[in-house]
Design a binder for this molecule. Structure first.
Ligand code: SF4
Length: 210
């Protein structure tokens, strides 16, 4: 895929989603961090249903510890892996209070050390809070990138490396959100909507799915 074609793809997706951003609801940096943690293997819509009530009672690390593990579990029990996620939220909140003055550290290495926060989540958080040019590779980004021939790799860290090389730097800040939206609504895992796709004239994967 040439640089011109990659730019054309990103331009078209950007025109389709001109003010693209994470679909996770939050009211401050801490609640965004919690929403990202909860979203692992869970749809954003489900997370937003749960956090709508949770953030009314706990929108800071101190309030989360006051709420406590058992009540937190009650709020998030409809989400997959909620036991693990609840434990991570409580432990993470303690660390934020003890080490970061109850603030979210805006450093990727420090974020990755927090319970339940990996490389992808750290990229999503810094991308949203700081507009950092980090590309977060989730299942949608991986699938769409492969179909668009941005990468042949299957390992997440290798895909991320490829995307920084293939996608022009001016798109790095919005790239993952654009690819997520395209993967969520058009280039879906099963039965992608190739006939209605804005990229169908330049995507070599289209014939595989018509
Ligand atoms: S043409 Fe099909 S496979 Fe290619 S990007 Fe569009 S939906 Fe995905």
């Amino acid at each position: 895929m040439t640089d011109i074609l990659v730019s054309e793809i990103m331009n078209r997706l950007n025109s389709l989603f001109p003010s693209v951003s994470s679909e996770l609801n939050s009211i401050n940096d801490y609640t965004f961090l919690i929403a990202v943690l909860l979203s692992a293997q869970t749809k954003d819509k489900r997370v937003n249903i749960v956090t709508k009530e949770l953030f009314k009672v706990a929108s800071t690390p101190v309030q989360m510890l006051e709420l406590g593990l058992d009540k937190l579990k009650e709020y998030i029990k409809t989400i997959g892996l909620y036991n693990n996620k609840a434990n991570n939220i409580i432990n993470l909140s303690k660390i934020l209070i003890e080490q970061y003055n109850a603030e979210v550290p805006l450093d990727r290495d420090q974020l990755e050390l927090l319970p339940g926060i990996g490389r992808k989540s750290a990229n999503v958080i810094l991308n949203k809070i700081c507009n950092a040019p980090y590309i977060a590779v989730d299942t949608h980004v991986a699938r769409v990138s492969k179909r668009l021939e941005f990468t042949k790799n299957t390992k997440v860290n290798k895909i991320e490396e490829d995307l920084y090389k293939v996608i022009p730097s001016e798109y790095h800040t919005i790239a993952s959100n654009l690819l997520v939206m395209h993967g969520r609504y058009t280039c879906t895992a099963k039965n992608p909507k190739c006939s209605k796709c804005i990229l169908k004239d330049i995507c070599n994967s289209r014939n595989k799915y018509f």
